[in-house]
Ligand binder design. Structure first.
Ligand SMILES: *Cc1c(COP(=O)(O)O)cnc(C)c1O
Length: 221
């Protein structure tokens, strides 16, 4: 099936309130353009350099989501255009995003990455640390960022029960934190679900799925 066909199929499967991030990392511009022409406007990348290069080449109405782990020293390269940063996991990083956003007179939306997987390899904060961050005075001073929800990745496993449990954990964390509604914290997004598990994620309350290989085919690194 073509990229356009894959996209249409997924779009038909998912409810209207769930947004689809087309994860285009490692894929050439021609592939992204095929998705664009099929109506896709949200693209996700996991490397800042690659996202910046693609941003320069793609039409300007594309919304760019940074879904990977963010190095603080590279925030400056995407601060002028990134529309959502999914993987924020520290106050230190938020302060840098705030500083760079201010230079461009912007407010950059961010999600807090929560660790929900059993595996040690996955990044993310505990719900306890996330709550402490969102209620801290230092956080309240950051006027150029807005936390709009949480992001998480389930363990890479065939065990659907385990995946379900981990996604439900993220939904619980979301519900717990969303009452902290302040000027720069307004929850509306739960980013969870990838090619292999987005149906489960939607059942567990996902509002944003990040799908790569089911749209663009498998990646050769
Ligand atoms: C690569 C990636 C995805 C997409 O993975 P697929 O299995 O190809 O759908 C989603 N989220 C993150 C954080 C990724 O790095």
């Amino acid at each position: 099936m073509s990229i356009a066909e894959n996209l249409h199929k997924i779009k038909q499967e998912i409810p209207n309130h769930v947004s689809l991030v087309a994860v285009s990392k490692t894929k050439p511009i021609s592939d992204l353009m095929e998705a664009y022409k099929a109506g896709q406007r949200i693209f996700g990348e996991n490397k800042i350099q690659e996202m910046t290069d693609k941003h320069e080449q793609m039409p300007k109405d594309v919304q760019w989501h940074m879904i990977g782990h963010v190095q603080r020293n590279k925030v400056k390269y995407m601060a002028s255009f990134v529309s959502l940063i999914h993987g924020v996991d520290s106050l230190k990083l938020l302060k840098e995003v705030n500083k760079q956003a201010k230079k461009h007179d912007r407010i950059i939306d961010c999600l807090l990455q929560i660790k929900i997987a059993e595996e040690d390899s996955k990044f993310g904060m505990s719900s306890h640390d996330a709550k402490a961050l969102l209620t801290s005075e230092a956080f309240s001073e950051l006027k150029h960022i807005k936390i709009t929800g949480v992001m998480g990745m389930a363990t890479f496993t065939d065990d659907e029960q385990q995946i379900t449990q981990e996604f439900k954990r993220l939904k619980t964390v979301y519900e717990d934190l969303k009452d902290i509604a302040t000027a720069n914290c307004q929850f509306q997004t739960i980013s969870m679900g990838m090619s292999g598990d987005y149906q489960i994620a939607i059942q567990c309350g996902s509002t944003m799925i990040r799908v790569g290989s089911s749209i663009f085919g498998s990646r050769n690194y």
